[in-house]
Design a protein around this ligand. Structure first.
Ligand code: SAH
Length: 375
């Protein structure tokens, strides 16, 4: 008799085709005696059309479909809950095969629709103002789990298609440090940019990093996409405290890598510098002047983010008056500065609030050292 356990283990033995970039899919097909153009057909079905059922893939031969059914499947993360904010922001809790959960947020705006995705379960860095850091670190997400967030969100949004429900932008600003899951993030980005898959514009896919410099150097030479840097402080003394990774890669080293990133491709005009305003910590006039000075030679756009509190945090959000003043100092020095609006407040979908459910392994230090060795 077939038990439920048998079914689960049977399904887990099958290849998850969401894990496959176009190149990897071509190799997979060649290994199974099929022509590489079949791989492109399959990529289109899975990612462009959002189809998981091989029977619906009508331009594949019946025998190929039967063969695929035996050995492979399209296995996205499972949607546990969907929450819709009064401002249109949508948040999904997704369960992974090992029971960990991650959150994905879609933010509709008048000119774009942005999906905020995660790259790790938890985070190995320990930024003091971030709630993901509080949860600890479990593991890297696979390609299937990262692209699966886009796959699921796109399919769910298309169930009730309107202009406001199109994903035009993807930002790696959910849980985790994308540059510490380098290979899987790069494979996923290739799928996002591939016209046979999602065909997103390279200016509309943004990797956000706390500043893992060796990986940033690799990224510069590998893909042409947009970059956001979580700066949050204008001097090393303060940044060492807020973003402890700064002890390893201080501001001047990080900005040098940023400049090389910008030099490499003419299409890259500026880097988005993220700056969470923390009351009485990094929001004084003096901090604004220091910021102008350090960014003098790095074409940037500064994104001022209101701090989103979470339980037991020691920080408070700067007052609106302070935020405005900080903004005005930067703007009058000619620095492009945006005040980011908080979205999805009523469903805890704002930056740094994505919680998910992390089974913390808390081996931050050893994990980080191991990853760094591979960079
Ligand atoms: N590890 C990456 C990506 C994840 S964080 C990075 O550091 O860039 C995405 C953005 O949310 C970062 O700029 C981060 O600093 C910001 N953020 C984290 N916690 C926050 C909070 N409590 N309030 C507002 N923004 C926060």
């Amino acid at each position: 008799m077939i038990t439920e356990d048998d079914i689960v283990s049977e399904s887990q033995r099958k290849f998850n085709l969401l894990d496959y970039s176009t190149e990897k899919m071509k190799t997979f097909f060649l290994e199974h005696g099929e022509k590489p153009f079949r791989a492109v057909q399959l990529i289109k079905w899975i990612h462009q059309q959002g189809v998981a059922d091989f029977d619906q893939m009508t331009n594949l031969s019946k025998s190929l479909r039967t063969e695929l059914q035996k050995i492979a499947e399209v296995r996205p993360p499972e949607v546990v809950t969907e929450q819709l904010s009064s401002d249109g922001t949508c948040k999904w809790l997704l369960r992974l095969e090992d029971g960990n959960c991650i959150e994905v947020v879609f933010i509709p705006e008048s000119t774009r629709g942005t999906l905020c995705i995660s790259s790790q379960v938890g985070c190995a860095l320990d930024c003091t103002f971030c709630s993901t850091a509080r949860q600890g670190f479990n593991r890297n997400l696979s390609v299937a789990e990262i692209i699966g967030q886009l796959w699921v969100a796109k399919n769910l949004l298309q169930k009730h298609p309107t202009e406001e429900r199109v994903i035009s932008n993807v930002v790696f600003m959910g849980m985790g440090e994308p540059l510490l899951n380098y290979n899987n993030v790069i494979d996923t980005i290739h799928l996002m940019l591939d016209d046979n898959a999602y065909g997103l514009s390279k200016r509309r896919v943004t990797v956000s990093t706390s500043g893992v410099v060796p990986a940033l150097e690799r990224l510069t030479d590998t893909v042409d996409i947009a970059l956001a840097v979580s700066l949050h402080a204008p001097n090393n003394e303060l940044r060492n405290k807020l973003v402890p990774l700064n002890n390893k890669y201080p501001i001047e080293v990080l900005l040098k890598a940023c400049n090389r990133f910008l030099d490499k491709k003419a299409a890259r005009e500026r880097i988005t510098m993220e700056y969470v305003l923390l009351d009485g910590v990094n929001d004084s006039d003096e901090h604004a002047y220091q910021l102008i000075k350090i960014l003098k030679n790095t074409p940037s756009k500064i994104n001022l983010i209101p701090f989103n509190p979470f339980p037991e945090t020691r920080y408070k959000c700067s007052s609106q008056k302070r935020i405005n003043r900080f903004h005005d100092i930067l703007a009058s020095a000619g620095v492009i500065t945006m005040k980011r609006k908080t979205r999805g407040d009523d469903i805890d979908a704002a930056c740094g609030q994505l919680a998910g459910k992390v089974n913390d392994k808390s081996k931050r230090e050893s994990h980080f050292i191991r990853i760094e060795k591979n960079l």
